[in-house]
Design a binder for this molecule. Structure first.
Ligand code: SF4
Length: 432
């Protein structure tokens, strides 16, 4: 396998070799997409075996014994807590070797990547009484299954319901991933029949100019499916812009560099095809923390940049992950330096099972206040709330009212559904 370009040798550390299981895994193996897929951690027995191998005997932390996680002092108590969390969580567990290699297993309770993927039974708080499984009312706004049409000129095509990783806080936990003990999924499997109904709706709705192809994750569409969907959409005269949504660059960047795999080549070809007919095709990805970025990520981002693929990033604001100015600023700068446009920072959605990860609205308002002006305007993300109930994305600072005591903020969305409705976002109810 040949890499698209070479980094300075000093930066090329085999960071995966700190995992005892992967001590002897070569660079060539680790960078192969087939190896990444074959060694992805999913299912409780594989997870327990991995954690037993990687965790120290004693789990260090400075938490008081009375706190929710204070009792977790040994490897076994942590593994038991994670397995309990998996049975309570709305998302099944799947994590790539790239991500597993970037977690600090000597300090897992304070690791920002660990928090995003591994639920802890003791840390799951009661859901806010106003939250719902499909918080953004996507199914209610779907004229055909798997096509959300909320804004006048934009639609969201859910082409699959599978992802290379499953994020605990996924907005689409009603549909994405395998069924869990707590959620029977309304999955949107890739199927030509279903896609045909989606294409037909788009073809007959001339006011739609923008399509986001998501899921699930477009990384789990076969390269030929990427080409088929993209070419079909580009052939529709009123479609001017297409975005493929994939966390792949963040969680399995080596695929972009793997010349034995053709996913990136399909995307590059579509971007070029789009340019030739004056239409824009882009990749939207999802980094939440600077620790997710390695030399492999930098190479993959450079490869896409050299080939003319526009990449934008959508970060989710998460408590204990990126809810401070230093981390968020550093993430934005790292993305900008890789020519990935920091496009959105989202307030965490009001979905099931992740109250420990949500922040009050005030956090995103404070972040924007401190970050805006510290980096070029075109590299400054919009700080937004995707309104519960289907009001769409609004700037967090555009709230109509915000009662900080009760934690209730109100918004209006003039361009959505007649613009009359008042939408409410509820801060998490404070735990310990
Ligand atoms: S990659 Fe995206 S769609 Fe998949 S679980 Fe994460 S947030 Fe949800």
């Amino acid at each position: 396998m040949l890499l698209a370009s070479q980094p300075p040798p000093c930066s090329r550390q085999p960071y995966w070799q700190k995992i005892p299981f992967w001590r002897d895994v070569s660079e060539e193996q680790f960078l192969s997409y087939r190896w990444q897929v074959a060694n992805t951690i999913q299912g409780t027995s594989k997870l327990a075996a991995f954690l037993s191998n990687v965790l120290p005997d004693n789990i260090p932390h400075a938490l008081p014994s009375s706190s929710r996680l204070g009792h977790i002092k040994t490897r076994n108590t942590l593994i038991e807590d994670v397995l309990e969390g998996v049975t309570k969580a709305p998302m099944s567990l799947r994590v790539t070797p790239h991500i597993m290699s970037m977690i600090d297993w000597n300090n897992p309770l304070e690791d920002a990547i660990c928090r995003q993927f591994f639920p802890l039974g003791s840390n799951i708080l009661p859901d806010h009484p106003m939250l719902t499984l499909d918080s953004l009312h996507e199914e209610a706004d779907s004229p055909v299954p798997g096509l959300v049409h909320r804004y006048p000129d934009k639609a969201l095509f859910l082409a699959t319901s599978v992802c290379p990783v499953y994020c605990r806080f996924c907005t689409r936990s009603y549909a994405v991933g395998a069924n869990t003990d707590t959620v029977a999924k309304h999955s949107q499997k890739p199927s030509r029949k279903r896609w045909e109904a989606v294409f037909s709706y788009i073809e007959h709705t001339p006011n739609i100019t923008d399509i986001v192809v998501s899921g699930g994750d477009a990384y789990y569409l076969q390269p030929e499916h990427i080409m088929e969907i993209g070419t079909r959409l580009l052939s529709i005269p009123h479609i001017r812009r297409i975005r493929f949504a994939s966390k792949g660059l963040a969680v399995c960047p080596s695929r972009i560099l793997d010349t034995t795999d053709t996913w990136a080549a399909a995307l590059v070809a579509l971007c070029s095809q789009g340019r030739q007919v004056g239409k824009h095709v882009a990749l939207h990805t999802h980094f939440n923390h600077p620790n997710e970025i390695t030399w492999v990520t930098e190479l993959a981002a450079q490869c896409l940049f050299e080939k003319g693929v526009v990449v934008r990033n959508q970060t989710v604001l998460l408590c204990g992950v990126n809810d401070n100015v230093n981390t968020m600023s550093f993430l934005i700068r790292r993305l900008a330096d890789m020519n990935i446009q920091p496009y959105y920072v989202y307030q965490g959605d009001m979905v099931r099972g992740v109250e420990d990860l949500r922040t009050p609205l005030q956090t995103i308002l404070d972040l924007e206040q401190h970050i805006r002006g510290t980096i070029a305007g075109f590299m400054t993300p919009s700080f937004v709330v995707d309104l519960p109930g289907g009001g769409g994305k609004r700037l967090a600072a555009s709230y109509q009212t915000y009662d900080r005591e009760s934690g209730v903020s109100t918004f209006v969305a003039p361009s959505v559904k007649g613009g009359q409705k008042v939408y409410k976002y509820y801060d998490p109810i404070a735990g310990d």
